[in-house]
Design a protein around this ligand. Structure first.
Ligand SMILES: Nc1ncnc2c1ncn2[C@@H]1O[C@H](COP(=O)(O)OP(=O)(O)OP(=O)(O)O)[C@@H](O)[C@H]1O
Ligand SMILES: [Mg+2]
Length: 419
């Protein structure tokens, strides 16, 4: 279908496929969706290709059924604690005389910024230009057409373990869909959960999902830092299961139905029945006790967000505070606890700028899914990743994706491979 954008958010808890049609007003009309429980993932990473493929296929099938259109290719969100990011700078001479900067110069500067040492088992997922410096003048957003002797660019580079990318791409391909682009989950979520004023002022986006807490820090309108932390909703559930000696399913139900992140907000006379393992039958547990268990791990997650912000070097430069999304932000009291611990403005970000079947995905858990569609709309051909604006034509789609990454970033290596 021409003009249609598809996003697949392969989360640890759920797989969500959305089909969207861009509206002229800048919003996206959701015309198909498939939300199914995830399988074969641990902390955001594929650990069982068959199970993950089956879950992705089920999600695609549901979305196709609703929209009535077959899905051929899609943007896919990626995360996991194998993700790392770094800011780098590239400089090129423009020449003497009346030289104006061309798009070719910008591409060369971006390529120069990519000449950083990356282990052979890692690949770049994103190379995002943050700002340009023209003859020492910084803060330039678009240098094309400016007269200059020297062009510098600052880029944000996200790298990931090749094996993890490979497994994710393979699952999507085995489910019958070509991967248009991989997009870092919090950068997708930021597309819909953050306002441009927040990005300009400086803000932390933290997506607390089921398996990972994904972070993207924006400053002066551009991405400044990204990270994926391997602690999220699953650990909260697991803590309850261990402490109460109850199955994970029972602990998950308790968390969703009776959970709270601030024990003092829970009536200390409230009690709930929990089914334990074996023949133990029902045990009666104070609701406040459940909240105490959840509070401990929630504090840890918020502390990790704070530590990562300090590590980024942008702490103190983020007056717009923290925007939380992801399913775990549904835990009552979590936002207040974060506000108290971080001593900064905190709000929960829900997907914006969408129409059509939007009710089903209007919760914070779907920020990444909706954001993927907006990413496709806004960044369709990421110039830093496709310097030639072309995709290589090889027979195998997985080979095509990996080959495309290789050619884009390691042209010499790719030539070696072909000869
Ligand atoms: N009302 C609620 N109270 C507490 N936790 C909740 C609530 N609703 C959902 N959650 C938790 O949200 C988590 C799922 O969030 P989400 O859908 O954002 O994860 P995901 O995208 O599948 O995973 P990830 O992005 O981490 O790989 C689960 O751990 C679930 O228990
Ligand atoms: Mg998620």
């Amino acid at each position: 279908m021409d003009g249609t954008i598809v996003g697949i958010d392969v989360g640890t808890t759920k797989v969500c496929t959305l089909i969207g049609e861009p509206d002229p007003d800048g919003s996206i009309r959701i015309v198909g969706l498939g939300i199914v429980p995830s399988a074969g993932l641990h902390k955001g990473i594929v650990v069982n290709v068959d199970d993950a493929t089956a879950a992705i296929a089920a999600s695609l099938e549901e979305a196709e059924k609703i929209s009535g259109h077959p899905i051929e290719r899609a943007y896919v969100a990626v995360t996991g604690d194998h993700i790392t990011s770094v800011n780098s700078r590239g400089t090129i001479p423009i020449g003497y005389g009346d030289h104006a900067i061309t798009t070719g110069d910008v591409t060369r500067a971006i390529e120069a910024a990519q000449t950083i040492a990356i282990p052979h088992n890692r690949r770049m997922v994103h190379v995002i230009p943050r700002t340009y410096i023209v003859d020492g003048q910084d803060g330039v957003r678009d240098p094309v057409g400016m007269q200059a002797f020297r062009l510098e660019v600052e880029v944000h580079i996200v790298t990931a373990a090749v094996a993890s990318l490979h497994n994710l791409v393979r699952c999507v391909e085995r489910a019958g869909v070509e991967v248009t682009d991989l997009v870092l989950q919090p950068m997708a979520a930021a597309e819909t959960a953050l306002s441009s004023a927040e990005r300009q002022m400086g803000v932390v986006l933290a997506d607390i999902g089921g398996g990972t807490t994904d972070i993207a820090i924006y400053h002066e309108g551009t991405i400044a830092h990204t990270a994926a932390l391997p602690v999220a909703g699953y650990q909260l559930t697991n803590d309850l299961a261990v402490v109460l000696r109850a199955p994970l399913e029972a602990a998950e139900m308790l968390k969703m139905r009776y959970g709270h992140a601030i024990p003092s907000r829970v009536d200390d006379t409230d009690r709930v029945d929990v089914a334990g393992f074996g023949d133990g039958g029902l045990q009666t547990v104070p609701r406040r006790y459940i909240a105490q268990v959840l509070e401990a791990r929630t504090r840890e997650v918020i502390h990790l967000i704070s530590q990562e912000t300090k590590r980024s070097g942008y702490d103190g430069l983020l007056p717009a505070g923290v925007v939380l999304c992801g399913g775990s932000t549904e835990l009552p009291g979590l936002k207040e606890l974060a506000r108290h611990m971080l001593d900064t403005p905190v709000r929960v970000g829900t997907p914006q700028e969408m129409r059509g079947l939007s009710d089903a995905v209007s919760r914070p858990a779907y920020a990444t899914s909706v954001g993927l569609l907006l990413w496709g709309m806004h960044h369709g051909a990421d110039v830093a990743i496709h310097p030639n604006g072309r995709r290589p034509a090889t027979a195998n789609v997985l080979g095509r994706f990996m080959g495309w990454v290789t050619r884009a970033f390691f042209p010499q290596r790719a030539e070696d491979h072909r000869s």
